[in-house]
Design a protein around this ligand. Structure first.
Ligand SMILES: O=P(O)(O)OC[C@H]1O[C@](O)(CO)[C@@H](O)[C@@H]1O
Length: 345
């Protein structure tokens, strides 16, 4: 494959957005260095995020990143409705790239009514107008791209908020290490001639990808694979997490012999996965391998936990782009979402 071939299919240059992702990350790290928040930190006893799609995944990532460190419960809501426990002790973080997503705005209104402290992360729209008018904290991020291609801009501010709450390390070590890692890996994955993401896309093309991972830190990484396959490559992908799938779903492989060779399995592995989950993953591999067209074990790379999580996110993003190209579909348009929105309007 060469760049010309990619560009003939990729009308709005998703290739370029992925290729500049490491720069986006660095820019986000710089521009959020001194965010000014007025929230009362002493009042916080739980955190609730609201967002949809590409704007919710950043929230999932920070929640999973802190899974074993954050003393507060954290929930990520993808809905109009918020949990009844949201109150004046809640830090409510509304994430919307456009600032106009109806579920997010509705949930925010309810959280305001319940007295929660609010921070918005947005590139503009109604959310920013509201923040200015109602005088709650907001972090403005750059606009002009699909939300799923703006994960650096939407995740780094959340990391910064967590730094101010002393829920992640105060220094920028992990942010900078991740920037370095993403640049290095990008050099490999953006080479259209031959790279791991392209090879993976070619191997799983014409199959239903099934993504399995541990349920803690890797859960949002798993979700990112499936969402990017859907939005970029316009193909369904299925996924689940361990250990739970060992207690039900694994049995479901028994009666799907007619799909043998039409499924590919992607196992996402990190060295911090629970040791029993690691063993369970090996057994799952043995149990399903014969029924798959191909099985891929993808281990996180990089030094810090943050770099490791983003190592497989970047691989997911590139794999979904190449899968779009090998399937001859334009990665950027999301016609079915547009249609849905027009019917809802
Ligand atoms: O970040 P926003 O603008 O709230 O959008 C959330 C999600 O909604 C969509 O715009 C489509 O409904 C997605 O592309 C996006 O991931």
């Amino acid at each position: 494959m060469d760049l010309e071939e990619i560009k003939s299919i990729d009308s709005q240059n998703m290739w370029e957005l992925l290729n500049t992702f490491p720069e986006q990350w660095k820019e986000a790290v710089e521009s959020t260095k001194n965010i000014d928040l007025t929230i009362d930190k002493e009042r916080i006893s739980n955190i609730c995020f609201v967002g949809m799609g590409g704007s919710a995944i950043g929230a999932d990532l920070i929640r999973s990143f802190c899974y074993d460190r954050c003393p507060f419960p954290i929930q990520v809501v993808r809905h109009y409705e918020i949990p009844c426990w949201v109150d004046e002790n809640t830090l409510f973080i509304a994430c919307s790239f456009s600032g106009n997503t109806e579920e997010t705005l509705t949930a925010l209104t309810s959280a305001r009514e319940k007295g929660a402290q609010i921070i918005a992360v947005t590139a503009g729209g109604e959310l920013m107008v509201k923040a200015a008018k109602e005088e709650f904290d907001y972090i403005k991020i750059p606009g002009g791209m699909p939300p799923r291609a703006a994960l650096g801009y939407s995740f780094v501010p959340l990391y910064r908020i967590f730094q101010q709450l002393e829920l992640v390390e105060e220094r920028d070590g992990a942010l900078k290490d991740t920037a370095r890692f993403l640049s290095e890996q990008n050099d490999l994955l953006s080479d259209p001639g031959d790279n791991e993401a392209l090879n993976l896309a070619e191997e799983i093309n014409d199959t239903l990808p099934i993504v399995y991972s541990d349920a803690t830190m890797m859960e949002p990484v798993n979700l990112r694979w499936r969402n990017q396959f859907a939005e970029n490559a316009k193909t369904l992908a299925y996924g689940n997490t361990l250990p739970e799938m060992n207690h039900n779903e694994i049995v479901g492989w028994e009666q799907i012999v007619h799909l043998t060779g039409r499924l590919s399995v992607i196992l996402l592995i990190d060295k911090e996965d629970n040791p029993r989950v690691q063993r369970r993953m090996e057994i799952v591999e043995e149990l399903v391998e014969d029924q798959t067209a191909s099985l891929h074990i993808l281990k996180t790379r990089g030094q810090t936990r943050l770099a490791r999580m983003f190592s497989l996110i970047q691989l997911a993003d590139w794999t979904s782009l190449y899968l779009a190209v090998v399937s001859n579909v334009d990665p950027t348009p999301i016609a079915k979402i547009d249609l849905l929105k027009s019917k809802l309007a």
